[in-house]
Design a protein around this ligand. Sequence first.
Ligand SMILES: Cc1ncc(COP(=O)(O)O)c(C=O)c1O
Length: 359
Amino acid sequence: MLKPRSVVHRLPSYHPPLGGRQGLRLDFNENTVGCSPRVLERVRNMGLEELARYPEREPVEAIVAQHFGVKPQELLLTNGVDEAIHLICQTYLEGDDEVLLVVPTFAMYEIFASATGARIRKIPAGKKFSFPTEAVMHNLTPRTRLIALANPNNPTGASVSMDDILLLARSAPDAAILIDEAYYEFHGETALRRWSDCPNLFVARTFSKAYGLAGLRAGLLMGGAIAMEAVRKVASPYSVNAVALACLPEALSDRDYVEGYVREVCAGRPRLQEELDRLGIPFWPSRANFVLLYMGAANSAFIRGMRERGILVRDRSRDPGCEGCVRITLGSREQTNQLLAALRDVVAGLRNPRQEVHP
Ligand SMILES: Cc1ncc(COP(=O)(O)O)c(C=O)c1O
């Protein structure tokens, strides 16, 4: 009888709740207004030839590399950051290796790393979900082969300082250090090019968030040329499709679009945080395009109430240390107005003593 490898057999299934997402999508940290019109125009103009041919990644990689100020050998276009994480795991992990993850964090690190058979050591985040640098250092062993961290982190919005990142990279020279900068545009600090001092350092970026192209599946893995040469060996030459390749130069060329969107999102962040303060709802200050807040036992009622007002938010209760937590993505100015109005309304309803609130 055909059986999956035992590590795969033990893996839990991961099914993000993508069904029934009608309404204002503040649940998946996507761009909430859509991509640059230049990208749509390019899709409309695609010809038969472009779809009939196998996609050629390298010419677009050269354009993207120039945009990010790295050499083409230092960059690989991927099918989203998800594929970048998968490739790092495939390149660097073996069965008896160890992976350090600070939790809560993005789910795919554990899934892809576990599937290699490597052992996952989970380290709880520090106070207020801060990055526990000392604890991570303490857990380094000669077998540590991967430390993956999102900066800023999902779902907490917390960031790690560049000094701490470099300290880790220098302290674990035999481990790949993957800095997932999926939310870079909302944060503004990067480990890009630091691989000149730390050849074990990798940076991942995505077009799924600020650029509004989650459906295209396009991301980037960047690192030193030698390290990237190894990663390239396990990558499919065609994992980034022709539509994505056609669109990426357009997406990058429309800087005004992305900058305008990021500006609106970042302006919404303090507005949401101030409103939460005013309503007495605890939250964790965020450097990303979302905020994690604590609703406690009223969590489900809150999420339901928001949905009834046409706004989707994400329950993060099952993440380690996040019981009773909800994550809300920020969008345009108008969407933030809509969010704040619904938030006040739903919270007022929850506090109505005549209304029963069940967790
Ligand atoms: C930290 C982090 N990394 C990566 C991703 C996924 O990126 P992509 O759509 O490029 O695969 C997400 C999506 O939520 C994320 O939060």
